[in-house]
Design a protein around this ligand. Structure first.
Ligand code: S3P
Length: 427
């Protein structure tokens, strides 16, 4: 990767862009579809590098996946029917692919090795391997922590497990493994992360009890194929919502966005900052879906609390940029998980904001930014992290002078048409 993109400041920002399918829901539809009996249909799945990683790994495990227009079909084989892959399963840059597939493979009768790109090979995996090993699956991690990971599926035993980290990827891996285990599995502790897996499992006919403090799922369950309509991704919509909030005169309407409450922390914080945002639910099946209207308004900083972090984890780079355009202080604590994303995002935010001439007070688990600060066009190091490249492209719109985004093609991970859409919205 050595592509670069130059972004010029824009006094204009307007339009109603179509937002591509939700990444989390797309991964889960493919995976649960592969484990179900029968042919699952997905409508409007996200077409991006991360989702392709999941599809390709499943194909190597013997799952037939076909596509025509905006429809994708997954021919599920039922529980424990996957075949031994002929080579290692390449998860690319995708943590969701790797961690959820660990949960899948733990219950299959095969041995498989999961690997990924240089970034993914640096991300912590013991957090998933620990509970799965307790369920009975032998898992070998490189240096006791990282990919490549070799798993040998076993007959699993349900567990009682208290989650220490609010991570949907860990929670989902355990829930997926629990489906094929003997006995029930009970999760407590930090379970308030995004709940797409819990909702979708019910769509596939699984029995589970979900309360704010506990998730209980029975073992030995066979999922039944279903139809999944993938709504627009709120984390993708967030880039345009951020831009419309900080560019004077901007307004925007976005339709068909997932309004799952576990994903809406960014919108709630922006409203608290004085943002002009209206949210309207238009349908409510397994996931609430609706419209978001946003227009420029004067913003002020707020304090973001630790318990809000899981609901806005992917939007923190954007909040840092918005903070430079808001009066007063924006403060974030308890965001240490950002250090182990596709890049160390706290570090990437601080270095790039400083390159743009901004002051930021960094902490081990967060930062504090005082606005309003003028941004200066600069050379931005994306660290090949899609959310850093896109967030700083939005910063570039309100900077003085042009900004150069390095390794800009990493946006293909979640939003391949990001730059073409940006062009349309600013012209
Ligand atoms: C995701 C969960 C989050 C998020 C990631 C997608 C998912 O990660 O940051 O982009 O689809 O489950 P964690 O579960 O590690 O917080």
């Amino acid at each position: 990767m050595n592509s670069k993109v130059i972004i010029h400041p824009s006094p204009r920002f307007q339009g109603c862009p179509r937002i591509p399918g939700d990444k989390s829901i797309s991964h889960r539809g493919l995976i649960l579809g592969a484990l179900a009996k029968g042919k699952t249909e997905m409508i409007d799945i996200l077409d991006s590098a991360d989702v392709r990683s999941t599809a390709q790994c499943l194909q190597m495990l013997g799952i037939r996946i076909t596509q025509s227009g905006n429809k994708t079909w997954i021919e599920g084989q039922g529980p424990s029917k996957m075949i031994q892959p002929l080579s290692l399963l390449d998860c690319g840059n995708s943590g969701t692919t790797m961690r959820l597939l660990m949960g899948v493979l733990a219950g299959q009768k095969i041995t498989a090795t999961l690997s990924g790109d240089d970034s993914l090979k640096k991300r912590p995996m013991k957090r998933v391997a620990d509970p799965l090993s307790q369920m009975g699956a032998p898992i070998y991690l490189s240096q006791g922590e990282y990919a490549p990971i070799t798993l040998t599926g076993r007959e699993l035993q349900g567990i009682h497990y208290s989650l220490k980290i609010a991570s949907a990827q860990i929670k989902s891996a355990i829930l997926i493994a629990a489906l094929s285990a003997r006995g029930s599995t009970c999760l407590t502790g930090e379970i308030s992360s995004r709940d797409h897996t819990e909702r979708m499992l019910k769509e596939f006919g699984a029995h589970l009890d979900v309360s704010p403090t506990r998730i209980q799922i029975e073992g030995n369950q066979t999922l039944q194929a279903t139809c999944i309509r993938v709504p627009g991704d709120p984390s993708t919509a967030a880039f345009w919502i951020a831009a419309a909030s900080i560019i004077p005169g901007a307004e925007m309407e976005l339709e068909n966005i997932s309004l799952n409450p576990t994903r809406l922390g960014f919108l709630r914080v922006l409203q608290r900052m004085g943002g002009n945002i209206q949210i309207e639910t238009t349908s409510e099946y397994s996931e609430p879906v609706g419209k978001i209207r946003v227009a420029f308004s004067a913003l002020h900083g707020v304090r973001i609390l630790k318990n809000e972090i899981p609901t806005l984890i992917d939007e923190i780079p954007l909040l840092a940029i918005i903070a430079t355009q808001a009066t007063g202080f924006l403060e974030i604590e308890g965001a240490n998980e950002l250090r182990v994303k596709e890049s160390d995002r706290l570090d990437a935010i601080a270095k790039n904001l400083r390159a743009m001439g901004t002051e930021i007070e960094t902490r081990t688990e967060g930062f504090r930014i005082e606005g309003i600060q003028k941004l200066r066009g600069a050379k931005i190091e994306s660290y090949q992290d899609h959310r850093i490249a896109m967030a700083f492209s939005i910063a570039a719109l309100v900077a003085q002078g042009p900004t150069e985004i390095l390794d800009a093609d990493c946006v293909d991970i979640s939003y391949p048409s990001f730059y073409s859409t940006l062009k349309k919205l600013t012209h």
